[in-house]
Design a protein around this ligand. Structure first.
Ligand SMILES: Nc1nc2c(c(=O)[nH]1)N[C@H]1C(S)=C(S)[C@@H](COP(=O)(O)O)O[C@H]1N2
Ligand SMILES: [Mo]
Length: 214
């Protein structure tokens, strides 16, 4: 299912890069790209539980620890030594807006896991400010997740998680932790902030996994 969603994302971005960005899309095209129950939002709403932290890139770092072959931590400068990728994608918020044909730029989790190889199946992403969200390692690997620092060619705005956020576009957007500080790899699954407050444990928008009862 995850692979299917990410393939769909690639197909869509190819479609967008052929020249449809900014043009009106036909309802058929929209219908094809919108997961069930979602509508297309041209803007980029901000959804944050609590205050917006102010983090200087000089103070920022990203850590991977817990059940890993080697713990690792990257400063802003360390991160920028790694390969950055452009990530064209669609994003889907559980509150029903989707932003189609957008893009981010960052480092693939696959690259970070080359250093900090996960030895177990689960991870908790955590952020400056205390936000957490849980993800299966298989939802973070094989080109499905990034630590991003740019949105549509500009530095990631602070309200959208700048200087850096997690991006996991094949799952509902609450899994994309803003102001991300690290990932802890664990041998058991545990709910993060929204998952403990009624959201679905996995959150696949194509299966409409919104709430824990879905
Ligand atoms: N640190 C942190 N990350 C977060 C959130 C948050 O409150 N704090 N909200 C989540 C939710 S519910 C959504 S829908 C998206 C919203 O991202 P945006 O504000 O860039 O649209 O961020 C997710 N990541
Ligand atoms: Mo959300």
């Amino acid at each position: 299912m995850a692979a299917e969603a990410s393939i769909r994302c690639e197909v869509m971005s190819e479609f967008v890069s052929r020249g449809f960005t900014g043009r009106r899309r036909t309802p058929d095209e929209l219908a094809d790209r919108l997961p069930p129950g979602q509508y297309a939002e041209p803007g980029f709403p901000v959804l944050t539980a609590g205050p917006t932290p102010e983090i200087d890139p000089g103070e920022w770092s990203f850590r991977i620890d817990g059940m890993v072959a080697e713990r690792a931590e990257w400063t802003w400068a360390d991160l920028h030594e790694l390969a950055f990728e452009e990530v064209p994608c669609d994003i889907h918020c559980v509150t029903k807006w989707s932003k189609l044909g957008t893009s981010f730029r960052g480092v693939s989790l696959d690259t970070l896991f080359e250093t900090a190889e996960p030895l177990d199946a689960f991870a908790m992403a955590y952020s400056h400010g205390g936000y957490t969200t849980n993800l299966a390692i298989e939802d973070l690997t094989d080109g499905k997740a990034w630590v991003v620092t740019e949105h549509e060619g500009e530095p990631l705005p602070r309200e959208h998680g700048g200087p850096a956020r997690l991006l996991v576009p094949h799952l509902y957007f609450w899994k994309s932790a803003k102001w991300v500080a690290g990932l802890r790899v664990t041998d058991h699954d545990e709910p993060g902030f929204w998952e403990a407050n009624g959201y679905h444990n996995r959150g696949d928008p194509w299966r409409e996994e919104r709430y824990w009862t879905d």
